[in-house]
Design a protein around this ligand. Structure first.
Ligand code: ADP
Length: 652
């Protein structure tokens, strides 16, 4: 085994690799950007070295900097994690030249599978079924449009260099093709520096079933069964599980064989995943699945495979990279129970799952039988706009699928995130959703059930506001006393030590700012304590977290930021009745569709802001006239920056 490993990654996967490496007795070497100087993985590693500023292309993507650290520290091998340089063939070769082992497949295998078009052709020759479509070199819009028409709608446009669902567009009608093509190419060029796309048939009732393969350098290739990753949003995985629900043994065997064939076709070594798309309309069938791509690295969702096989995939990766043989054959492997993983993200399901950044003012992860949490953050850490906003992976293992899902649901209920918005409550509803529980779901399940899953805008919960109002009163008693003229000596229900002395009923107005909006709460005083009027709502237990700017109230899986209203700090933009459209987060304006003086309809697209490599369309909240365009395409904008102002028609 190697004496040391350098982890060329960050966050939860860096922590995950360090854990196993340490158990195996390796010295662990971390590399980090300026944004991660205080990160958990940096503190966990035996040593840590700065490689550059926050942007990944100036730090985690600079192979030469990482190799300099490897040379200086004498690292025996480099584990690339997932993302960043993990599927970069040039980096794998550079490692070899530098005399440090790349923990991953040979550069030739990465290259062969690196582009979806070439990979499809290659495995097709090896007898693996692929989705019908065009995966050739021609990129002229008119040509691709014609091919799409021949394939038959709906079709899927995919970036050949794609990953993470970026540069991908489903097209249902011929007339929408060109616009979708442009969007896909733009996103692909931005994310991968390669605008090329392929077009393929969109499989109906699609289920994403992938097979974990493992190969050693001695010609042994096995599969570690499948994972079902059909719960997706915008082609990105949300919940993954192993094994796939409703998987007949003969289909498992056929898929496993196809995956092993695909791996053999490229001389694979190490951990890899062969992704298939299955037509789930009539259940999983031996002739109903097609190769999509092979990921030549460890997957985010590898813990569910670890749970059902009892194996440590990072340990196996390190052993295989060190030249050892796989310690088992296909016949030695069996499935133990069922495992599910939920990706806990800093994002706002009520606002189209927009990534949400900021300090984690409070953070609590679940514990319990069969529960595993992989994370790279802790309370007090910040979710920054620089990297993927994943907070943690919550993994539950049980004897049956229902037991695993029950455990996951309870674990998500015990999860607390304050500061950035999180999808914890959304994930919990998903884990409990009858349609998902039944096993009869496909990749469109989330999109079809957004409302039932709570992923639509909701007004602020009045009960939560009430709780915050009382907490504010309690915490800032003297200030409130002078602000609203309350007689000294009253008490809130949270301050039972003080005797309540106010005589007779009275009411005071407490001016608040809730989620950026002015809201006056009427506090009444009675013999029994303070009462909040006009708040209503149920008696949900609320958790109150104190921040620099006020309070965060968490209740029913939602959060609201509440502060006392300060008349001096309000900007003029807030008084325009919602006509100012602001950037939802730090990002880059990639397109502006309107000009000053133009009339717009409600819902009309005004501009596109790209953040975290995804495009977000900004639309008109109501009909009116464009009063101001404050940005230009290509410009960087910070969160909350003015983009467009819509004036009322009569206001001009
Ligand atoms: P990426 O590399 O960007 O993750 P994939 O090729 O793995 O892209 O596809 C991502 C997801 O898109 C799949 O899991 C699946 O849900 C959906 N998808 C891909 N190809 C098809 C298809 N031909 N028909 C229907 N859905 C598809």
């Amino acid at each position: 085994m190697f004496p040391s490993v350098l982890i060329a990654n960050r966050g939860e996967i860096a922590c995950r690799v360090i854990r196993t490496a340490r158990r195996l007795g390796l010295r662990t070497i971390a590399v980090h950007s300026d944004a991660d100087a205080d990160a958990l993985f940096v503190r966990m590693a035996d040593e840590a070295h700065r490689i550059g500023p926050a942007p990944a292309r100036e730090s985690y993507l600079v192979g030469e900097r990482i190799l300099e650290v490897a040379r200086a520290t004498g690292a025996a091998c480099i584990h690339p994690g997932y993302g960043f340089l993990s599927e970069n063939a040039e980096f794998a070769e550079a490692c070899q030249r530098a005399g440090v082992v790349f923990v991953g497949p040979p550069a030739s295998a990465i290259r062969a599978m690196g582009l979806k078009d070439a990979a499809k052709s290659l495995v097709e020759r090896a007898g693996v079924p692929v989705v019908p479509g065009y995966h050739g070199p021609k990129q002229e819009p008119a040509f691709l449009r014609e091919r799409a028409a021949n394939i038959g709608f709906p079709v899927l446009i995919k970036a050949v260099a794609g990953g993470g669902g970026k540069g991908m567009r489903r097209v249902d009608r011929l007339i929408d093709f060109e616009e979708a093509l442009q969007g896909a190419q733009r996103e692909a060029a931005n994310a991968f520096g390669d605008p090329r796309v392929l077009v393929e048939k969109y499989v109906r009732s699609p289920r994403h079933v992938e097979v974990q393969v493992f190969a050693d350098g001695h010609g042994n290739v096995v599969h570690l069964f499948e994972r079902d990753c059909s719960l997706q949003r915008r082609h990105q995985k949300v919940i993954e599980e192993a094994p796939a629900p409703g998987m007949p043994p003969e289909v498992r065997a056929a898929m496993g064989r196809a995956a092993v064939e695909a791996a053999r076709a490229v001389g694979y070594v190490g951990a890899g995943t062969v992704e298939f798309i299955a037509d789930g309309s009539q259940g999983l069938r031996p002739d109903g699945f097609f190769f999509m791509e092979m990921n030549t690295r460890l997957q985010v969702e590898h813990p569910v495979t670890e749970a059902i096989t009892g194996l440590d995939l990072v340990e196996l990766q390190l052993r295989v990279a060190a030249g050892e043989r796989l310690p088992f054959g296909q016949g030695d492997l069996a499935i133990d129970g069922h495992a599910v993983e939920a990706r806990l993200y800093a994002e706002d399901p009520e606002k189209g799952f927009l990534p949400s950044t900021g300090r984690l003012w409070a953070l609590r992860f679940p514990k319990g039988e069969g529960i595993r949490v992989d994370t790279g953050v802790e309370q007090g850490s910040a979710v920054t706009p620089w990297y993927d906003p994943m907070i943690a992976k919550i993994i539950a293992h049980g004897a049956t699928r229902d037991e695993a899902l029950d455990r996951l649901s309870a674990a998500l209920g015990d999860t607390l995130v304050a500061g950035p918005r999180s999808n914890a409550a959304f994930l919990r509803r998903l884990a409990d959703a009858p349609g998902f529980r039944s096993g009869a779901f496909d990749t469109g399940f989330i999109e079809r059930n957004l409302e039932a899953l709570g992923a639509v805008p909701h007004p602020v919960d009045p009960a939560a506001v009430a709780a915050a109002a009382l907490a504010l009163v309690s915490a800032e008693r003297s200030r409130i006393a002078s602000a609203v003229g309350t007689a000294p000596g009253w008490s809130s229900p949270w301050d039972q030590a003080d005797a309540f002395q106010t005589a007779g009923p009275r009411r005071d107005v407490l001016p608040l700012v809730v989620e950026g909006e002015r809201l006056d709460v009427v506090l009444g005083w009675s013999e029994t304590g303070a009462v909040v009027h006009g708040a209503g709502g149920e008696d949900e237990p609320a958790t109150i977290v104190v921040t620099d700017e006020g309070l965060i109230v968490l209740s029913g899986g939602r959060q609201a930021a509440v502060a006392l209203f300060d008349p001096l700090s309000q900007s003029a933009d807030d008084a325009d009745g919602g006509g100012t459209i602001k950037a939802p987060m730090h990002g880059k304006v990639v397109a502006v569709f309107v000009t000053e003086g133009q009339a717009v309809e409600k819902g009309q697209r005004l501009a596109i802001v790209e953040a975290m490599k995804m495009e977000h369309a900004l639309v008109a909240p109501r009909a009116g006239t464009v009063g101001e365009v404050a940005v230009a395409a290509g410009q960087q904008v910070s969160e909350g920056a003015k983009v467009v102002v819509i004036a009322d028609a009569e206001g001009l």
